[in-house]
Design a protein around this ligand. Structure first.
Ligand code: ADP
Ligand code: MG
Length: 697
């Protein structure tokens, strides 16, 4: 029979279809999932405070008698009913107020009743009060016993009451206590590191016994947390290593070296490859020669010239009779890569094809046909390439540009697009630098190369922080730069969740700049425009038909217009530092001296100032990313790699770096054959259904 922890939630009391759906919304499907639904915080309800001892601002538990209660009306916009009651014990009195209440609650407040209340104590005009406390009717001679452990407060969702979720969790904890659960880690390792076993760690986290425990938990310093943090990180690392092992074992396209085409392309380029570009290209060629699937991450700061390396790497693939695919995170970038690839490859007789989400009907069918027949040697696109309907004849090489925006699921989808069971070679390019220790955890499945050199002649971008009051001056400066033939990016930002608002802000700025600078041509590009309109705006900017391009952060990655030398970023404090650095990388690509102007509101927080100061004073993407990680945490900085495939239940890559050595040790131990069963159990538990990803099951 299925172990209780693997069972669905419907076996629990109080979980009907409706509640089950709410729980599912919280990502909870099995009883084991529930165990990992850990409290946000705890309340100490193990004792009752005398009214005379209450302190304002403290959440407290009291037991008191109702002196009198009544419903008052007050006018405030709409008239509202307020339930007000006065309670007392033999040490003092307190007022309790409810702005929303039902008949049941009202009944509790009958004169002479004793109530146990829990809530925050406030003092209003010298009197103590509680607003909306939790209340419970008690028999004063024989009150229900107080809890002996702290009371957990769980994350919940709309329509799911704290009390309901608490009751559900209590059942699962009770089962854990009575029936136990399989230990997921080798006992020897637990003993060595003095980590608690699964069940007792879990029980500690749900119902800690002392305030000291809850304080340790609040600061993530409890041994029970350590245990699960290390376990979770090790599970992820093992999953990646396992995936790597499986991929390495697969058949892969045989790519013959082809220096002749590469030489021809290099000779046609208006520049020489940097040493770092050449070195990384050599590494890619060695991967091809090794006869195993390449899975390599190439990191190179903005402007380090990753694209041309990718193009050069495609040549032997094509010569060996395979197709190459390049995936970009945005249509704008896909379009730009397509243009570059056409410029570079067409003279060699190679035809790139671009496939965008906007391609429909006949156009799309035509392109699909070229891809299916193999006529398209290089295919460049966005996620549109993942669609079921796209079939490659012989896909041998996939390049993911700025890959932290692609999840593993998508990568797998593209891999399935190969015939003959061959695993295509994979190259992942990113400008986001990742500290080495962290890379080990996140990218354990990948080899790693770095383009650690910028092409010669790049001038540093002078960055300044300018206040909103200087806007008029700034516009003046923009006008004079454009009069001298310069071009300007004007970037409007808003919180990322609200794409719509961001577009709106860009439209407003666009209109006002057009009015203020009638002599100049202003362009607009944002995410809500049709692809063709976006393309047209970028192309016009590239061709210098547009002086000022107003944009949202859609231009963050990769857009390359060397003549643009000024970038203005509005509300930069809303962006991550790495993101600002990416944006800034759009300027400083040409001969002109370049400027990045961070246009800020006057009321910046201390933290925001500190962050922007880092950007202002640093050009090095690596140290910017490191500091950003420290300030904001890994999830924010590394983006969707986590949300797609690495959402951690407990661990946090930034906070938990101190555990990486233990993680490594545990992962090594569990890779040994005698731990195979435990390993599979561990992967199933933590990585779950993503079987493709773990290769388990
Ligand atoms: P990123 O690494 O940010 O993707 P790109 O590949 O877009 O950088 O390259 C940025 C710019 O630098 C492009 O205009 C590209 O043509 C140019 N470039 C690439 N390599 C070199 C080089 N070795 N010397 C000079 N310019 C180069
Ligand atoms: Mg790029």
């Amino acid at each position: 029979m299925e172990h209780w922890s693997a069972q669905g939630l419907r076996y629990l009391k109080g979980v009907g279809p409706k509640i089950a759906e709410k729980l599912q919304k919280l990502g909870l499907k099995t009883q084991r999932d529930l165990l990992f639904h850990l409290p946000l915080r705890y309340e100490d309800r193990t004792y009752v405070s005398a009214l005379g001892s209450l302190q304002s601002g403290r959440r407290s538990q009291i037991e008191a008698e109702v002196l009198h209660a009544g419903v008052h009306f007050r006018r405030q916009g709409r008239s509202r009913r307020v339930l007000v009651a006065k309670l007392a014990d033999n040490t003092g009195v307190i007022t309790v107020r409810f702005f929303y209440f039902n008949a049941n609650q009202q009944q509790q407040f009958e004169k002479g009743n004793w109530l146990r209340c829990f809530g925050e104590v406030r003092s209003a005009q010298g009197e103590l009060e509680m607003i909306h406390p939790e209340t419970e009717l008690i028999d004063v001679d024989n009150p229900a016993p107080l809890p002996i452990t702290l009371t957990p407060i769980y994350p919940t969702t709309e329509g799911l009451h704290q009390l309901s979720i608490k009751r559900i969790l209590q059942q699962v904890i009770a089962k854990l206590k009575s029936d136990g659960i399989a230990e997921t880690l080798p006992q020897s390792w637990l003993d060595q590191n003095s980590f608690p076993d699964f069940a007792s760690a879990m029980i500690d986290l749900h119902s800690p016994e002392s305030r000291q425990d809850s304080e340790l938990i609040a600061s993530n310093e409890h041994p029970a947390q350590y245990r699960f943090i290390v376990e979770e990180l090790a599970a992820h690392r093992l999953a990646l290593l396992e995936r790597r092992r499986q991929i390495r074992g697969r058949k892969t396209p045989l790519i013959e070296p082809d220096e002749q085409l590469q030489q021809r392309l290099c000779q046609a380029l208006p520049f020489e490859l940097t040493g770092a570009q050449q070195r990384v290209l050599d590494e890619l060629m060695q991967d091809f020669a090794a006869g195993k699937p390449m899975i390599r991450l190439v990191q190179g700061d903005v402007g380090s010239g990753k694209t041309v390396v990718a193009a050069l790497a495609c040549l032997p693939v094509i010569e060996s009779g395979y197709q190459a695919a390049l995936m970009a995170p945005t249509e704008i970038l896909a379009e730009q890569h397509y243009q570059n690839f056409c410029d570079w490859l067409q003279p060699l007789g190679i035809i790139p094809v671009n496939l965008l989400g906007a391609d429909k009907g006949k156009k799309r069918a035509g392109k699909a046909e070229m891809i299916a027949s193999g006529e398209a040697a290089v295919v460049i696109g966005t996620h549109a390439l993942f669609q079921e309907s796209v079939e490659f004849k012989r896909l041998g090489f996939i390049i993911f540009d700025e890959q932290h925006r692609f999840g593993v699921d998508q990568r797998l989808a593209l891999q399935r697009k190969t015939r003959d069971d061959e695993m295509p070679h994979q190259l992942i390019m990113t400008a986001t630098p990742i500290p080495r220790t962290m890379a080990m955890s996140i990218y354990a499945d990948l080899d790693y190369s770095q383009i650690d050199e910028l092409p010669p002649g790049r001038k540093p971008v002078t960055t300044s922080i300018v206040s909103e009051q200087q806007r008029a001056n700034l516009i003046h400066r923009v006008a004079s730069s454009c009069a001298e033939g310069g071009q300007v990016y004007w970037v409007c930002t808003l919180i990322e969740e609200s794409d719509a608002l961001q577009c709106e802000a860009a439209e407003m700025t666009y209109e006002s700049l057009r009015q203020q600078l009638p002599q100049l041509s202003v362009g607009l590009v944002h995410g809500r425009l049709k692809t063709a309109a976006k393309e047209a705006a970028i192309i016009a900017f590239k061709n210098r038909e547009v002086d000022i391009l107003v944009a949202t952060t859609v231009i963050e990655v990769g857009v390359d217009v060397p003549n643009a030398s000024i970038m203005i970023i509005e509300n930069p404090e809303r962006l991550g530092l790495a993101q600002i650095h990416q944006l800034r990388g759009r300027v400083g690509r040409g001969a002109r001296e370049s400027f990045c102007i961070l246009l800020v509101k006057n009321s910046l927080s201390e933290l925001a100032r500190t962050r922007l100061e880092i950007i202002r004073s640093t050009q090095d993407g690596f140290s910017i990313a490191q500091k950003d990680l420290e300030l904001r945490g890994a999830g924010e900085v590394l983006g969707t790699r986590q949300t797609g495939e690495m959402s951690f239940k407990i661990a946090d890559l930034t906070r938990d770096q101190k555990w990486f050595a233990q993680v490594e040790g545990l992962a090594r131990l569990m890779q040994q054959p005698q731990h195979a069963e435990e390993r599979i159990e561990l992967l199933c538990n933590w990585i779950g259904e993503r079987q493709d990803y773990t290769g388990v099951g």
